[in-house]
Each structure stands twice: as C-alpha cells, then as structure tokens.
Design a protein around this ligand. Structure first.
Ligand SMILES: NC(=O)c1ccc[n+]([C@@H]2O[C@H](COP(=O)([O-])OP(=O)(O)OC[C@H]3O[C@@H](n4cnc5c(N)ncnc54)[C@H](O)[C@@H]3O)[C@@H](O)[C@H]2O)c1
Length: 513
C-alpha cells in the first residue's frame, strides 16, 4: 500500500486504469483509492466539469473530433500532474499518441472486459459509442491490441473485490524491474498473477512474500539460475526423472526440512521440474502453494500455466497427476540465455503451435520467423491462459492445446522417448495435423519455420504401423475414437474431429522419412 501511494509522491507516478467502455474503470479507481486511503480522479468527470455539460450532449452537438480534442487536453493535464495517485481514463482517450506517450510515466492497469459484458454494461445509457452493437464490437476489437500494448498490468473487471484480490500483485509490480508486466490468470479452481519481465530472477524479485520458500530445481538449471530459499532441492535433469521416485525424493526432502502447509514450493526449471514440483506441492500434506519460475521456452510459453501437474509411469507419460494452480508464475525471458540451443528449438514448436491457435497479431509476428522475444512469450502465455480459463479440465476447448500432439506423442513413444525431444516430435505431429486439415500452403509455411530452427520435419527409427497403433491408443481417445485437433486457418483451431483411417495412414506415411 505504501509502495503504491508513496511512489506517486516520490516520482509523480500514478496507477492509471484504462479499458473499454463498461469495464468499470471508475468503480475500480474508487475502490482502489478507498483501499489505499487516497484520492482518485476520473478523466470523464473532470472533463464534464470543464465542459459544463455531459459528455453525451457535447459529443452529439460538436461531433467526435471536437470531443477528442477537449478530452486529450484534459487527460494530458491530469497525467502531467495527477491530483491523486489513482486515475481512471475515458475508454477512447488512449487513442491519442500524446496520451500514449504521457502514460509511459505511470503504471497502466488495463481492466479487460469481454465485448459481451461491456455491451451489457454500457449500452442503453445514452453513450454515443454504445448505441450500435456491431460498431461497438468492432471498436472493442480495434482497441484491444492498443490496451494490451500500453498496459503494465491486465486485471479482470469487478470493483472492490477484484481490487482487493489483485492489490498485492499490483503492489509487487511497482517493485519489479522496469518493464515487468503483470497478467492476471483465472481458472475455475483459482486465480494468480503472472509476472513477465527481463531480469526478474537476477533482481531477486519474488511474489507472494508470505511463507518460506523451498526451491525445487534440476542440476543443469541450478548451475545458471538461482532463486534464494530456505532449502535447495535438486533433482537430476531429464524426463526420465519425472517419476513417482523423483516425487518421493522431493516430498521426503520437504518433510525432512519441516516444510509446512503455509510454505511455498518454488519450481525453478523447465516443464519437468514444473510438473514434478507442482505435483509434490499438490500432495504434500494434502496441498501447499507453489510458484512456477519457468526457465525453458516450453515452460515459459506453455507448461508453467494452467495447473496441470504430474509425473510419468512406465505405462504412460503424465499418467499420475492432479490439477493444482500455482500461486504465481514469475517468467524471466533472460533465463533463456543459458538454455541449450536445441532446447530453445524444441520450445519453438510450442510457440508456433500457440500462434496458430491464437491467429491475429501473434501469428503475424511469429510467421516472420524472427527470434522469440518477450512480446511473443507474452502473446503465447495469454493464449494459453485464455484457453485454460474457458476449460480448465480439458473437457472441450483446452484440447486445442493438443494440436500436433496426437501424432507427436505416438512418435515419441514409438522411439522410446530417446530419439526426439517432446517439441521435435510435436513439430512433426503439427505438420501431420496440417495435412489432415487440408491446409497445404500453411503446412509449407510452418515446415519452413521449423526447418529454419534445425527441427526435423520427418521421423525415423520407428515404423508407420507402430506409430498408427500408438495413435489409436492415445490416452485422449473417447469411446474408441481418436479426436483430432484441426486447423481451418490461424486463429480457427478446433478439437474433436474424426479422421478416416486412410487419410491418417497417408499423413503418417508422409511424416516417416
Ligand atoms: N503441465 C503442462 O501443462 C505441460 C505442458 C507442456 C509440457 N509439459 C511437460 O514439460 C516437460 C518438457 O519441458 P521442457 O522442455 O522444459 O523440459 P526440461 O524440463 O527437461 O528442460 C529441458 C532441458 O533444459 C534444461 N534447462 C531448462 N532451463 C534451463 C536454463 N535456463 N538454462 C540451462 N538449462 C536449462 C533442463 O535441465 C533440461 O535438461 C515434459 O515433461 C512435458 O510433459 C507440461
């Protein structure tokens, strides 16, 4: 609380709420100000005082251009010297480049509202831009990218209660290295902040602060990435250690160190450490909190979010596990600097997969083939979080995340998990899925992206019949059918397709070198 209210008096930095009409910026600002015991200001109310009439009547008489001019002047004045540490901005004010520039001096919080909710809350109140639903939805889509780009934090709408739940994380954000972003993750069983920013680990940033930290990592990662804690529990690196025995080792170390339910397990590593440590946190004394600090690309774009934890059995990968959402994810792209290049390439497949699911600006950026930067990781994690929010337990929508995985898993398994990394096998599976989708041009484009990272486009070391048999045994099969995830176009990926066996055989034959 002091950090937030104090930071303004020191640097004139305010918390500025932005978001679409109906997101509840005014209520959120009022609620936050009440929590902090400080003043708040609302640019729309300020403007109405200056105009001496309502925004609607000025807008209807003078038109949008005249209105935006007056709005810009008021907002720039407020941002240059905020009268209180909490400011709510009118939804369209951020369209001005000068306002965007002025926002750099503040902590910008985006209240993210769906077009549906926004319409229900904003229409029928005489607001000039909330009279025609189609235009309203177009405007929502146009502005979404702008808000996402400007925001340091994205949190859900909802006044006092939402502010109370997110306040500790917003406060932590003010102490994180410059440029850190906060995304709020929500699923049926829990919600948590995701912090993403370069230098989080080196700066010793941590959240949440309550509880002792029991660090679980592997021996490769621990050599390069260090997070301080009560205890360092190191497992051997590699999928072959993501087992019940590995879990027993970690659980016993926690017990010997007298970890308690109020403490935290902190997973510092790739997906293996994340899945194993998350599983241990879920079962240790019937459940303690855990924080994910993903250090591989796979973990940063995919495995650290969504709460799936578990270990492998000799009979099958991830066969023993439980859903357990983390208390926070701290994602530091600098950690990737020490990741071996072949692991970076394997993770790149998950980036391409996620970008295909997302479509839009993320696919537009990824298809250019450049390096994976913080923006791309952020786009991927937002896509994963949005998918999990819709369907935490894999009953429907979440299955799109298995794009490329049905054939990929079969290849991994047919080659005894020894020949291909998970990502490499999924890359080959992704190409098969695009063939089954009948998207040949897109398949060619994805093939080039993968080849550019030195990734295999075909498999060897197993025969086609073996892979086909394993596809049939896929653990995701329902009532004897293997549902496939198919791609209509980037951004239009759907699960649950039945595939005829001749087409499947042809796709797997093509995937075999
Ligand atoms: N829970 C989920 O939703 C989910 C999703 C996808 C994958 N997974 C799981 O994730 C695992 C694969 O994850 P992965 O690819 O990260 O494998 P991994 O954890 O084995 O990491 C790959 C290798 O990179 C090393 N490493 C990681 N970060 C490093 C760093 N910063 N510097 C140096 N070395 C580093 C590790 O020691 C390891 O040798 C699989 O077990 C898979 O089942 C889980």
């Amino acid at each position: 609380v002091e950090a937030l209210s104090g930071s303004r008096s020191a640097a004139g930095r305010a918390l500025v709420f932005v978001g679409f009409m109906g997101a509840g910026k005014t209520s959120a600002a009022r609620a936050l100000a009440a929590e902090l015991g400080v003043a708040h200001v609302d640019s729309d109310r300020e403007l109405e005082t200056e105009l001496g009439e309502t925004i609607e009547s000025f807008f209807d008489r003078e038109g949008e251009t005249a209105f935006r001019e007056r709005e810009q002047a008021t907002v720039l004045r407020l941002l240059a010297d905020p009268p209180g540490p909490v400011v709510a901005l009118g939804g369209g004010a951020v369209g001005s480049e000068q306002v965007q520039e002025a926002l750099r001096a503040h902590t910008v919080v985006h209240l993210e509202v769906t077009p549906d909710d926004a319409w229900h809350r904003a229409s029928g109140r005489g607001r000039p831009l909330a009279r025609d639903r189609r235009r309203f939805e177009e405007l929502h889509a146009e502005r979404a990218g702008l808000y996402a780009r400007l925001a340091h934090a994205t949190i859900p709408p909802g006044a006092r209660d939402a502010i109370r739940r997110t306040l500790p994380a917003l406060q932590a954000l003010t102490e994180a290295p410059a440029g850190t972003r906060l995304v709020w993750a929500a699923a049926d069983s829990g919600e948590y902040p995701v912090f993403i920013g370069r230098g989080l680990i080196a700066a010793g940033f941590f959240h949440p602060l309550a509880g002792r930290r029991f660090i679980v990592s592997d021996e490769h990662v621990a050599r390069h990435q260090r997070v301080e804690g009560e205890e360092q529990i190191l497992i051997m690196p590699g999928e072959e250690h993501k087992t019940i025995h590995g879990a027993e080792f970690v659980l016993r170390r926690l017990a010997q160190a007298e970890a308690e339910r109020g403490d935290l397990v902190v997973a510092v590593g790739g997906g293996v450490v994340g899945d194993l440590a998350g599983f241990c946190a879920a079962v240790y004394q019937r459940g303690m909190r855990h924080v994910q600090v993903p250090t591989s690309l796979v973990a940063q774009v995919d495995s650290a979010y969504g709460g799936k934890t578990g270990v492998d059995l000799p009979e099958g990968k991830n066969y023993a596990g439980v859903y357990h959402q983390p208390a926070a994810v701290l994602c530091d792209p600098d950690a990737l600097d020490t990741l071996p290049p072949e692991e970076l390439s394997a993770g790149y497949v998950e980036v391409v997969k996620t970008a295909l699911i997302a479509g839009g600006p993320l696919w537009a950026k990824v298809r250019q083939g450049g390096d994976v930067d913080t923006e791309i990781i952020l786009g991927c994690l937002r896509t994963k979080l949005a998918t999990v929010a819709e369907d935490e337990r894999d009953a429907g929508r979440r299955q799109v995340l298995n794009l490329g995985h049905t054939v990929g898993h079969a290849i991994e398994s047919a080659t005894q998990y020894a020949r291909y990394r998970h990502g490499e096998a999924v890359g080959i599976g992704l190409l098969a899925a695009l063939r089954l989708s009948g998207r040949d041009a897109l398949r060619g484009e994805v093939g080039e992206l993968l080849a550019g990272r030195g990734l295999p486009l075909t498999f060897s070391g197993a025969d086609v019949d073996e892979v086909l048999a394993l596809v049939q045994r896929d653990k995701k099969r329902e009532a004897g059918r293997v549902p496939f995830v198919l791609v209509e176009a980037p951004g239009e990926v759907t699960p649950g397709h039945e595939i005829d066996s001749a087409a499947l055989r042809a796709a797997v034959e093509e995937a075999a070198a």
